[in-house]
Design a protein around this ligand. Structure first.
Ligand code: G6P
Length: 364
């Protein structure tokens, strides 16, 4: 059936609003809401020594969020690489590695070639894909589906949060299988994950606050996105989204790396968007923001209202829902997507079909 925009102005807007459902549906593939348990997987995580994630574009950032979760919750070493690099550099892989392709379409040429190469090396392979009949879905030993449904907007949104949902849930499953997560912790983490759809819906209510920020962002020529932990890859995804649809130059940086270069760019014309959930590194991020504000940078801090205010002039707050740190990348994805969306709308670009970009890059 043909997918329609309905009451929405763009497919991207519609897809951003579908995320409570697509995340719920994807989590249910891997976790049992009733028993509070992670479903057993055909990959024996206890016998795996390393995960190698391979992806392009937005899927690469989802993979990086997955890495933080596999290492933190499962003690499982995980590397993530851009497929076009992985494919041509002769990577050294150990036999206990599982190669995981992450892809919305399941057809991206570089990711598919990397997956095929890993399989030929004798590695176990898996594919986190949204199109379940795709080449990657058929090629991989294990299919780890996402349930975002068809995504029409070229800028990926609900496919991204579905990938993150699958990877977070699999990290919990791996932690259980490896004895790193006991039954109490498993129930806590599964419960936290199933709170994501409701908190994503709450984050969609940030619409008005984000529109006001986007109004100013549309005048910028350069924007910096900052975050620590899983908010670092999300900052890069935020910068990518803004570049793709508003054509404003943006960079995502690890907040702690700011002083090693990008702080030189800070002036009153360079907006800084900080993703600052109340987690173990909140205070560190807040102090980085004080440093930028002290140099005249206009800072927008996206954080829960309960987060202690960093002192310094020029720090504007946008209130995000309170959430468990595990699901912060899902909840904070929403303001990041809305920011790009409203900035692009303000600039009058072709949101669903940005210039020079393709939904799926099936040739090199
Ligand atoms: C293109 C799309 C991106 C996407 C990337 C990877 O560049 O415009 O939105 O993230 O390809 O696509 P895949 O289908 O492999 O996730």
């Amino acid at each position: 059936a043909m997918v329609e925009k309905g009451a929405y102005r763009h497919f991207m807007e519609k897809e951003v609003h579908e995320q409570p459902d697509s995340v719920q549906h994807t989590l249910s593939e891997y976790l049992d809401l009733v028993t509070g348990a992670a479903k057993p997987q055909s990959v024996d995580f206890a016998a795996v020594d390393r995960i190698q994630i391979i992806a392009c574009g937005t899927a690469f950032y989802a993979g990086q969020i997955g890495k933080y979760a596999f290492e933190k919750y499962a003690g499982l070493p995980c590397d993530v690489e851009i497929a076009s690099e992985f494919r041509y550099r002769s990577p050294a892989l150990t036999p206990g590695t599982v190669a995981v392709a992450v892809s919305q379409s399941g057809e991206t040429a570089d990711t598919l070639a990397s997956l095929t190469w890993c399989k030929a090396q004798g590695l176990k392979t898996a594919a986190v894909v949204n199109v379940h009949t795709s080449s990657m879905a058929r090629e991989a030993d294990v299919l780890w589906p996402t349930h975002a449904g068809p995504e029409i907007g070229v800028a990926s949104t609900k496919a991204f949060t579905a990938q993150v949902s699958a990877l977070l849930a699999l990290a919990v499953a791996a932690g259980v299988a490896r004895g790193k997560i006991d039954a109490t912790r498993e129930a806590e983490l599964v419960k936290a994950l199933f709170e994501a759809p409701r908190l994503i819906a709450e984050a969609l209510q940030m619409d008005g606050q984000i529109r006001a920020i986007a109004h100013d962002l549309a005048k910028a020529t350069d924007v910096l996105f900052l975050g620590r932990g899983a908010m670092f890859p999300l900052a890069m995804e935020g910068a990518l989204k803004l570049k793709e649809i508003s054509y404003i130059h943006a960079e995502g940086y690890a907040a702690g790396e700011l002083k090693h270069g990008p702080i030189a760019l800070v002036d009153e014309k360079t907006p800084i968007i900080a993703l600052a959930p109340l987690d173990e590194v909140y205070e560190k991020t807040a102090s980085n923001l004080q440093e930028v504000a002290a140099r005249g940078g206009p800072v927008v801090m996206i954080a829960p209202a309960s987060a202690p205010a960093p002192h310094g002039a020029g720090i504007r707050r946008v209130d995000a829902p309170d959430c468990h740190p595990l699901i912060a990348p899902l909840v904070y994805a929403v303001p990041v997507q809305l920011l790009a969306y409203y900035t692009a709308v303000q600039k009058g670009t072709d949101v669903d079909q940005p210039r020079n970009l393709a939904k799926s890059v099936t040739v090199e």
